[in-house]
Design a protein around this ligand. Structure first.
Ligand SMILES: Nc1nc2c(ncn2[C@@H]2O[C@H](COP(=O)(O)OP(=O)(O)O)[C@@H](O)[C@H]2O)c(=O)[nH]1
Ligand SMILES: [Mg+2]
Length: 212
């Protein structure tokens, strides 16, 4: 994409404009990962507006499902907006599919980790996913988001905390019954971060081409 700055004539006063700059249409590959039965598929369907329902029965995802949808008017940074074609990869939490992980990880722009804070073992699991999919893939923490997902009518228990290793990753609590809009909003903000990383990388590449 051409990102040339508009040329200005010398001597003229800069005209201030408050209208946001539109950066164009991007494509982003986002993975949804985390322990089994944490709500990854439910959240992926919700975010992509898929009408599929399981009627309350649990159907474990086999390997991966890819959902495609458009998300528009994303704020990438102050006064810069973009549209995005999202490829949401709803991955199975079952480690028997780990042979597919390299294919899932290839060209990933962002990772959403989902866990159930009512499940005492989920913190350890989350750490494993983080190590494999973020640290070992050299992704930045700003390319990650944690959804602490609350299922309806979950019993009040001692809530599992996000482990220390993931303390720099933003974590938001999601409850589709109580506040579905904030889930969409948080995801959109996250896409802004992902696109900001993408445009920074592209700007750097353009600069290094110009300097060579
Ligand atoms: N009604 C409702 N059910 C949920 C919600 N989140 C998870 N579930 C149920 O919990 C089970 C596991 O969810 P699923 O998204 O398939 O988990 P995954 O293995 O992480 O993909 C399914 O039976 C879902 O119907 C939710 O927000 N609302
Ligand atoms: Mg699933």
């Amino acid at each position: 994409m051409n990102m040339q700055a508009p040329q200005r004539k010398k001597g003229r006063a800069k005209k201030k404009s408050s209208a946001p700059v539109y950066l164009g249409m991007f494509t982003a590959k986002i993975l949804i990962i985390g322990p089994c039965e944490s709500g990854k598929t439910v959240l992926a369907n919700f975010l992509s507006d898929a009408t599929e329902t399981s009627g309350g029965e649990y159907h474990p995802t086999q390997g991966v499902r890819i959902l495609e949808f458009e998300c528009n008017n994303i704020e990438v940074s102050l006064s810069r907006t973009a549209n995005c074609e999202v490829e949401l990869w709803d991955c199975s939490g079952d480690h028997r599919f780990s042979t597919c992980w390299p294919a899932l990880q290839n060209d990933t722009n962002g990772v959403v980790m989902v866990y159930n804070p009512d499940q005492p073992n989920h913190d350890k699991e989350l750490e494993t996913w983080y190590t494999q999919f973020v640290q070992e893939q050299w992704l930045r923490d700003s390319q990650c988001l944690i959804f602490a997902h609350h299922k309806p009518m979950a019993p009040e228990r001692v809530r599992t905390q996000v482990p220390q290793t993931l303390s720099k990753v933003p974590c938001v609590h999601t409850n589709l019954d109580e506040d579905p809009d904030s889930v969409r909003e948080e995801f959109k903000n996250f896409l802004g971060q992902v696109l900001s990383n993408l445009t920074d990388k592209r700007d750097q590449e353009e600069l290094s081409i110009m300097n060579n």
